[in-house]
Ligand binder design. Structure first.
Ligand code: IMP
Ligand code: MG
Length: 201
């Protein structure tokens, strides 16, 4: 199994005019995401070789990534979601709030746990412990983004789209206070955007 992740070019791309007020720069373009996600899909097909998967995706940040990852995945699979969010709307993760429980039976199954970004690792550590109690045959972790420099909990992802430096990023499913999920690229949020949202509520 390959656990490599794509490199991000140092070249910065300006966001479209509509987003320039909030987004400082594009970190990963729409095209780079599409290429990398397609590579990840092919890798999953090789690694799981026709076995049935249970894909467990965390709400809400995985919407775009998940859809693109599984759309052309040539494997039998079942899909379910777990809802988990950190208390508060800030940029740091604190206590976890469960908003949706898993419905599918994963006992004895190959489970692929999908999240948008692995940051401190606290979220995936907790989710993983909860899933392990359900006795899957194998549990692997797949994330679009990895920020290894911020890791606190001991979590090693099996599949990583891109390894990124310590910036707060939004877009392609990732949010700040539930905004910016719809951007087609991954961009670095301007500090002013936090302040403005704080005022707007
Ligand atoms: P962790 O528990 O610190 O690993 O954080 C995981 C969760 O925090 C992710 O699923 C995201 O919801 C959120 N998060 C962490 N870093 C970022 C970021 O740069 N942008 C948006 N959300 C983030
Ligand atoms: Mg999230």
């Amino acid at each position: 199994m390959k656990t490599s992740s794509a490199q991000i070019s140092a070249q910065t791309t300006r966001p479209p005019a509509r987003w320039r007020g909030d987004v400082d720069r594009i970190l990963i373009t729409e095209k780079q995401i599409a290429c990398r996600v397609q590579e990840m899909t092919r890798q999953l097909e090789i690694d799981y070789a026709g076995r049935e998967l249970v894909v467990v995706a965390l709400l809400n940040g995985t919407v775009m990534f998940l859809a693109d990852l599984v759309r052309h995945l040539n494997l039998p699979l079942r899909l379910d979601f777990m809802g988990v969010s950190s208390y508060g709307a800030g940029t740091t993760s604190g206590e976890l709030l469960w908003t949706k429980e898993l419905r599918l039976d994963v006992r004895g199954r190959d489970v692929l746990l999908v999240d948008d970004i692995l940051d401190t690792g606290r979220t995936l550590d907790r989710v993983r412990s909860k899933l392990r109690l359900l006795k899957p045959r194998r549990l692997r972790i797949c994330v679009l983004l990895d920020k290894p420099s911020r890791r606190v909990a001991k979590v090693k992802p099996d599949y990583v789209g891109f390894t990124i430096p310590d910036h707060f990023v939004v877009g392609y499913g990732l949010d700040y206070a539930e905004r910016y999920r719809n951007l087609p690229f991954v961009g670095v949020l301007k500090p002013e955007a936090y302040a403005n949202l704080g005022k707007a509520g």
